[in-house]
Structures are given as C-alpha cells and as structure tokens.
Design a protein around this ligand. Structure first.
Ligand code: GDP
Ligand code: MG
Length: 437
C-alpha cells in the first residue's frame, strides 16, 4: 500500500544529515510512483513532487526527526494546500437555497441527498425538502422516500410525471409554499456520461437556478472519477464535489486529482451507507489519510518546537560563557529571516530581548552581513577576536563589500556580544538591581 511505498521511499533518506538534491530526487521518484498507485493522476503527482522538492531542499533536519519524517510534514502541508487548504462550507443564505445533486449511476447521489437533508436539519437547524428527480426508475423514488422518512425530512414526488425539469420546478414551488428553506434535488444518473443526461441536467439547472450544484462521485473509481468530474464540470460548472465511499481503506488519491483538475472545492465525504456517515471535508485530514501518517506529522511539529527550545537553551549557555560567535550570529539571521521578525527572535533569548530592542536591523541589511560572515574562515567565525585589520581587508574583498562595512559589523557584533553577556550574567543582574534606587 501507499504507506509501505512511502516507507521505502523515505529509507533512501534515512541516516542522511539533511535533505540534499541527490537524496530528495531519489525519494521524489518513489513518492511519485506511490501517488500514482493511490489514484493521483500523473500531472498532479509530478507538480506535487516538484513543489515538495523545492520546499525540502535546504531544510535542516532536526536532531530528533529523520529527513523522511520532515519530508512527510512538508508533503502533508503541501497536500493540504493542494486540496484547498481549509474547509469550504455550503452557501446557504437564500431562502429557499436550492441544491442540485448530479453524478453517475451508483455514485451515491440518492444516499447523499438523504444524508445532506439529515445534516442540514440536525446540525444547521434548516427545514429541508427532498425532491425526487429520478423519474426513470420507480425504485429510485421509493428509495428517496424511505430515506426521507428515516431522517424525518419531507420528500416531494410526482409519480405521474416523466419530466424531471417540471418536477424540479414544482418541487421548488412546493418548498416555498410549505416554508422549506432548503431544496435538495436528487437527479437521475447514467451508466456513463452521455449527451441525453447532460442535456437533461443542464435543463434542470437552467429551470431551477440552483445556488449549489454538488457533483457526487464514487472515490473507488480512481482515474475514472477524475474524467467524470471534468466532463460534468465542463457542462454544469458545479460548485462543489462530494466524494463517496471513503469508508474502509479506500485510497484518497482521487480527492487530490479532482481538486487539481477541476479546481472546485470538495465539500463532503461519504463514509458509509448509514445516514450519519457524512463528514464535512477537511483537507488536512485527507492529506494525513493519503499519507497514512497522521502521527508523523504531529511528531515533526513537536520535534520542531523542542528543537527551537533546545537551540535557545544552548545559545543562552554560549552567551553566558561569552562564546557567542559568528556561526551563531549567522544561524540567528537565518532564523530571523524565517520568522520575518527580529524582535520575535530576540525574545527567544531570555534576558536579551529588552537590551537589544533598540538595535535596528533592516531586512536588506542581512545580505552584506551574510556575505561578510560567509567570507570568514571557520576558525574566524568561531574566534571573532582573531579578526584583525588584515583579515578584515581580505573578508571585505571576498564578500564584495568594503572595509567600512566589515568594521561596522565587527563593532555591532562586539556590542551585541557585550550586552548579551551582561544581561545573561546572573551576578551582573543582581549587582544592577542592588544599584537601582
Ligand atoms: P445513486 O445511483 O447515485 O443515487 O447512488 P445510491 O445513492 O443509490 O448509492 C449506490 C450504492 O452505494 C448504494 O448501495 C449505497 O448504499 C451505496 N453508498 C452510497 N454512499 C456510500 C458511502 O459513502 N459508503 C458506502 N460504503 N456505500 C455508499
Ligand atoms: Mg439515485
């Protein structure tokens, strides 16, 4: 299954210190294969892995997580984004709000109609009306009536009519007369997409002007689900997707592909035959499902936090021993850039935030600073005190800056170090407190 495949893909990364061009390329190839096997279509899988690769490269791997776990986290975030990021609610403001249900035979339209009526009545305090628009099979009308009774929602039927358009229109009128504020129109499907079906459903749309058109699709049909979604969307321009039969171990790959091919939000998922087996679609949960690694994601998040704390503690120790060097300085700049806020970062160093709150560092000021630090030798970075005028000149040349800039940085760094040392020295703090009036 996908889990095993991803495990295998991540093995390539195991034991590697950080994510590099080479190990990520190998892993992405495996992941792409795994996604294809999970019903994600080729184009989606490719653009997805490309995006993840870009995000993954250059990421530091934390001490307590493996590159594979970190990559999983990145993938999870990216998948969530691809599937819409957050929950998209139904638009139910008009009274009555008209909801048209469309899809192939057996997709789960009638079942979903019942579930939706139940959901809106129970959870949203609405007064829905179901409309039986599948006139071709008498059993279909019976089925909707049974479901309506089950969820305690009225069903509009006209057994004498063979005109689904007229029935839909009459259903809406019936709702207005009877104070129903939502109308759910169940429609007939076909075994495959055909012109007659499309013409009929388009006519129902025209006649009823629905506020929502929900396309219902069986998630077990894999790539066919994507093609069907595209065909329906081209004709109907639907407002949302309902993925059914996601109970059991159905793979969620179709969700990803459908969203990226038709670019319409998935609004609900069906997870069983019972009327309660309906969930609002959560992109983040589906991402975890596709990856099958919900636990890993939270583990990575936790590790990230611990890493930050650990780093802050180590930094504090270094400051106390006056060992804060240019490596620390540079990694702090990296952090600042990541967080986008100097003050936040300084707030992480206990006792220091206040002292340096007046030191201004602008965003574009980082570039020459980083260049200067990069031009130092590792020995110089660890031992800033050895950087004499001769070395400064060399560093200025190597970094494409000038001696004034290097001198300025050295001075700033020295000041910063002094302040940090003072503020983090408990003895000093006590002395200062005693001297206060
Ligand atoms: P329609 O032809 O599109 O109206 O499809 P139906 O609503 O009649 O459903 C076809 C079959 O799929 C029925 O046996 C339903 O019980 C079943 N079904 C519908 N939704 C789900 C679901 O989310 N999970 C499962 N396991 N079965 C479902
Ligand atoms: Mg049906």
């Amino acid at each position: 299954n996908l889990q095993d495949k991803l495990d295998r893909a991540f093995k390539v990364l195991k034991g590697q210190g950080n994510i590099t061009e080479i190990n990520v390329a190998e892993t992405m190839k495996e992941i792409r294969k795994a996604l294809l096997d999970a019903d994600v279509n080729y184009k989606t899988a490719k653009s997805f892995t490309d995006e993840v690769r870009t995000k993954a490269l250059g990421q530091n791997v934390l001490s307590s997580v493996s590159p594979g776990q970190l990559l999983t986290k990145i993938m999870n975030d990216e998948l969530t984004e691809l599937m819409g990021g957050s929950v998209t609610e139904l638009e139910i403001t008009k009274s009555p709000t008209i909801i048209l249900i469309a899809g192939l035979n057996g997709a789960g339209k009638t079942t979903f109609s019942g579930k939706l009526a139940n959901f809106l009545r129970e959870n949203k305090g609405k007064k829905p009306l179901l409309v039986a628009g599948d006139v071709y099979r008498p059993a279909a009308i019976d089925q909707l009536e049974v479901l309506g009774k089950q969820v305690d929602v009225p069903v509009y039927v006209d057994r004498n009519s063979e005109d689904p358009i007229a029935i839909a229109v009459a259903g809406v009128a019936h709702a207005k007369q009877n104070g129903n504020n939502v109308v759910i129109i169940d429609t007939a499907g076909r075994l495959a997409i055909d012109e007659a079906l499309m013409t009929e459903i388009t006519a129902v749309k025209q006649a009823t002007q629905p506020h929502e058109i929900l396309f219902v699709v069986d998630s077990m049909t894999g790539q066919d689900a994507v093609n069907t979604a595209k065909a329906f969307n081209d004709r109907l321009d639907f407002t949302g997707v309902v993925l059914t039969k996601l109970d059991g171990d159905t793979r969620g790959g179709a969700a990803l592909s459908i969203k990226s091919v038709v670019n319409k939000p998935i609004k609900f998922i069906g997870t069983g035959e019972k009327m309660e087996a309906l969930d609002v679609f959560h992109p983040d949960r589906m991402a975890s499902r596709i990856l099958g690694m919900g636990d890993v994601v939270s583990l990575v998040e936790r590790a990230q936090q611990q890493f930050d704390e650990k780093q802050a503690a180590e930094l504090q120790k270094k400051i106390r021993k006056n060992k804060f060097d240019f490596n620390d300085f540079k990694s702090q700049i990296g952090q600042i850039k990541k967080m986008g806020n100097m003050k936040d970062l300084m707030g992480m160093i206990p006792g220091v935030g206040k002292a340096i709150k007046d030191i201004e560092i602008e965003d574009d000021a980082f570039k020459p600073i980083e260049a200067i630090i990069d031009s130092m030798t590792p020995y110089e970075r660890e031992n800033p005190d050895v950087i004499d005028p001769k070395r400064r000149l060399r560093i200025a040349k190597g970094s494409g800056t000038n001696i004034d800039e290097v001198n300025k940085l050295m001075k700033q760094f020295g000041d910063m170090r002094k302040v940090m040392k003072q503020m983090s020295n408990p003895g000093m703090m006590a002395k200062m407190m005693r001297n206060m009036p």
